[in-house]
Design a protein around this ligand. Sequence first.
Ligand code: FAD
Length: 425
Amino acid sequence: MSGVESKPVIIVGAGPTGLALAARLGMDDVPCILLEAEPDLTVDLRAGSFHPPTIEMLTELGIGETMHREAIKVPVWQVRDRIAGVVAEFDLSLLSNDTPYPYRLHLEQHRLTPILLDRIRKDLSSVEIRFDEVVTEVAQDDGGVTVKTANGETLRGAFLVGCDGARSVVRAAMKVDFAGFTWPERFLVASTTFDLGEWGFAGAGYIADPDNWAAVFIVPDDGPPGLWRIAYGTDPAIPDEQVMAPASIQERLGTIMEHAGHDAEPFPLKYASTYRVHQRVATRFTEGRILLAGDAAHLNNPLGGFGLNGSVHDAVNLGGKLVEIYLDGAPHEDLFDLYDRQRRPVNIRAVQSMSIRNKKLLEERDPDVRAAEQRRLREIAANPETARAYLLNSSMINSVREAAAVKSGAAPMDVPLSMTKPAAK
Ligand SMILES: Cc1cc2nc3c(=O)[nH]c(=O)nc-3n(C[C@H](O)[C@H](O)[C@H](O)COP(=O)(O)OP(=O)(O)OC[C@H]3O[C@@H](n4cnc5c(N)ncnc54)[C@H](O)[C@@H]3O)c2cc1C
């Protein structure tokens, strides 16, 4: 390595963001230590949908082939009305000139992380991974960062990246505000082995209805034919035990699928869980030698599948800059400032606004507004040019291009730095 920095980058959190960042650094032999609180990678029902730019990035990290082998390709997604059925179909092959991967890949997050871990352990020797290491304190000075763990260890590094998720201790230590709001309703995700494809569902779909809106998508689970996940909002006044009761889930799924050919048989359920949903963005992604990436930096509702994807985009963007610092001796201040200016405004303008808009579209109560919006989407999807323009946004290709277009020293993007919840109806 020809750069001046020899102390490692310390990464907190071995979720997809921390692992993707570690893999990016390892590919250029940048020394790094990845600290994970849990004894092993976590397994839970989370993200499962990768957009084209993310597939490109993960392929560059050397795991594209394995992902393609394990994932389900979803070339078309639908917007549906619960009662009227398909409103519009968006065919990602319209992006064939924009990306080598004109489709979504569906693969559970907890199946992506072992692939990344395997890649690091087999091929990337500059990365050291330590499980069972809960980071409790972080500090910085002119020469580097200091990290303390619950095991009583003290580690010294050149830079520290908090990839430690929604309740980030790194973000708390930076005293950065996590601006935004939390939706009152919890989301429930139920997985069924019933094949919605038989009822004409594309591999990903968004179902509009004022009370029974939902998102559905297929994931591989243990292998073909896979599982269908159905996510919907739950009444904040009803406690978890009640919404999670099998009879309650069956009733809700029955209502969501009522007009789609459902024959009143119970759905064979495999998993179900609820979670709180937030729209929040840290007011800074960087403070001196400490940075934030992934959920530690931003949270959004899952409608559109932007959270994990944007997190990988952060990791790869920041990884490239750290490589420049270590290999070329580039000063970190400008590059970290650029990381903030590339990734933060894009998250607010693209991820936050699209995910909030998607939720609003699905739950719209005014029949005239709903009809007008559905007409608009039908017209967009019917014309290949407008459909491609729409897909460039929804597939996050534009947000990656926009971030790349922000150059060092350029004026910051003009975006509001706080988000407000749409007015209650
Ligand atoms: C139910 C659900 C559904 C979702 N669906 C989608 C979807 O369809 N599409 C999409 O793109 N996104 C989705 N998301 C969002 C996606 O899961 C997250 O964006 C993604 O997990 C972010 O990864 P991360 O690595 O930043 O954070 P995490 O996955 O939360 O990983 C953080 C890691 O840091 C570790 N850690 C925390 N604190 C410490 C500490 N003090 N010391 C050491 N380690 C620590 C944790 O143990 C964890 O392993 C969903 C999220 C949820 C909750």
